[in-house]
Design a protein around this ligand. Structure first.
Ligand code: FAD
Length: 474
């Protein structure tokens, strides 16, 4: 017989779109349950979804380790630190990565406990009228009733029909985080954020990396002054980035992946030891019974929501990757938290004009707000300020004085419209721009703001000054 449990809030999905929402609900005194289907490679359940288990965190762990390896071989001598040529222990590198992810995902259970949230491991299925069927990993079923239901079932890698995954030679991004050997020849389809991050990891560890990108433009979402510098720097690092390369097919012969593609009107072919398909992510709603209960999806499969995350079904909401927009962990977190606060009667809103984006290469690429091209297309009269890291003392001390900051400011209102950067740890200095945008800062406000010396953030300050031709070190 099915037992029934009643909750104020049922969260389906324990990724960044789901688990923070459940915790916030607990803090606000709501009786909340979070059902999460995720199983790791070893079949162990884990909270945190893609981000913690197969995305943000493991990729950043490997980016850091591979950068260490690269620097040990290429940079230490410049500092006067003499060491023997480094050797790679990939098993230890992967073990460190796994330790980081499991310590973070393991902590979520404790956070649930501390906030009175019930965590359930297994799958959830919508049953209509506030009901959700929960099936544990061992197959027991239970019906839960919820006043509110949040669908935060996330996304999965897009699979190309012309390049089906065998997860050995033709891999997705999760496979590529778990390689146990450094591929000699690594092909990547897609020069997006995930493609260039994974390409960087394996190139630093010794792979010959070729990235095939169908679009003619590199990083079209980034201001093109910055994107062009990124392309130049990544190419110098050994990433062979081929734009306008349309893949026709990829086939695995069990040892290698053979890729046929078209470029400049000619058919070409490349053979790789491993091929990563990184052409984007699609919404994941398998097993949710969306069709059965009439949950409306858009033509691409994203759950349709209004600005308050309401779906077409009463009491059912959705957040995170499954509703589309920027598929980023922090965007998913803020949506879940804002929604729960709204359900609690507060007026919280997410400001989609101030969502930070980062590519964690070396140097990093980070941006928020409009590009110069977008600002002009939106009818703004713009003032531009730029500052190179070559003139920044801290960047020089870090042996990382490359890249620049570009500020896009509104000539009429003096407000900041966007900041796009490439340079050392620009992900960290980007956050001050996000705060400035939230507070509607003008360029003059930011010019008058003292920035510590010597810091990387001084390049940002110089760029604010440069908007009005008053940079000190230009
Ligand atoms: P998910 O993380 O996909 O979580 C959904 C959860 O729901 C999963 O645990 C799933 O098992 C569960 N689920 C699905 N269906 C059901 C069901 N029926 N019942 C119960 N549970 C279910 N973003 C950043 O902001 N910064 C980064 O640096 C970054 N790096 C990335 C690197 C890679 C390689 C990848 C792939 C992604 C990266 N992302 C990054 C994107 C980020 O991972 C996602 O935006 C984020 O995970 C979205 O969270 P979510 O909760 O919406 O979805």
């Amino acid at each position: 017989p099915l037992m029934s449990d009643t909750y104020d809030l049922i969260v389906i999905g324990g990724g960044t779109g789901g688990y923070p929402a459940a915790i916030r609900a607990g803090q606000l005194g709501m009786k909340a349950v979070c059902i999460n289907a995720w199983l790791n490679r070893d079949n162990k359940p884990a909270y945190g979804g893609t981000c913690l288990n197969a995305g943000c965190i493991p990729s950043k762990a490997l980016l850091e380790s591979s950068e260490m390896f690269h620097r040990a071989g290429h940079e230490l001598a410049t500092h006067g630190v003499k060491v023997n040529a480094p050797t790679l222990d990939l098993v230890a590198m992967q073990a460190r990565k796994s330790k980081i992810t499991s310590s973070l995902t393991g902590g979520i259970g404790a956070l649930f406990k501390a906030n009175g949230v019930t965590g359930l491991e297994g799958t959830a299925r919508l049953m209509g009228k506030g009901k959700v069927e929960y099936t544990s990993h061992s197959g027991e079923k239970k019906v839960l009733e919820g006043k509110h239901i949040i669908v935060a079932t996330g996304s999965e890698p897009v699979e190309l029909k012309i390049a089906p995954f065998d997860h050995k030679q033709i891999c997705d991004s999760w496979d590529a985080l778990d390689f146990t050997e450094v591929p000699g020849r690594l092909g990547i389809i897609g020069a997006g954020v995930i493609g260039v991050e994974l390409g960087s990891v394996w190139a630093r560890l010794g792979s010959k990396v070729t990235i095939l990108e169908a679009l003619p433009t590199f990083l079209p979402m980034v201001d093109q002054t910055i994107a062009k510098d990124a392309q130049r720097q990544f190419t110098k690092q050994g990433l062979d980035i081929r734009l306008g390369a349309k893949v026709i097919s990829a086939k695995s012969n069990g040892k290698e992946a053979v890729v046929e593609y078209e470029s400049e009107g000619a058919k070409k072919s490349e053979t790789f030891d491993k091929l990563i398909v990184a052409v984007g992510r699609r919404p994941y709603t398998k097993g949710l019974n969306a069709e059965g209960v009439g949950l409306e999806l858009d033509p691409r499969g994203f759950v349709k929501v209004d600005k308050n995350y309401k779906t077409n079904l009463a009491g059912v909401y959705a957040t995170g990757d499954v509703i589309g927009g920027l598929m980023l962990a922090h965007k998913a977190i803020e949506e879940g938290v804002a929604l729960v606060e709204q359900l609690h009667g507060e007026k919280t809103e997410v400001n989609y004009n101030a969502v930070p984006s980062v590519i964690y290469t070396t140097p990093e690429v980070a941006w928020v707000g409009l590009t110069e091209e977008q600002a002009k297309a939106a009818g703004h009269e713009v003032k531009i300020g730029a500052s190179p890291f070559a003139a920044n003392g801290r960047a020089k001390a870090l042996e990382a004085a490359t890249g620049s900051v570009k500020v896009i400011s509104d000539a009429k209102t003096d407000r900041i419209l966007g900041v796009h950067m490439i340079g050392p740890y620009v992900s960290e200095i980007l956050q001050s721009v996000v705060v400035a945008l939230e507070f509607g800062a003008t360029t003059a406000d930011l010019q008058l703001t003292m920035h510590g010396h010597p810091t990387l953030a001084e390049a940002l300050h110089e760029a604010y000054l440069a908007v009005d031709g008053r940079a000190i070190h230009a």
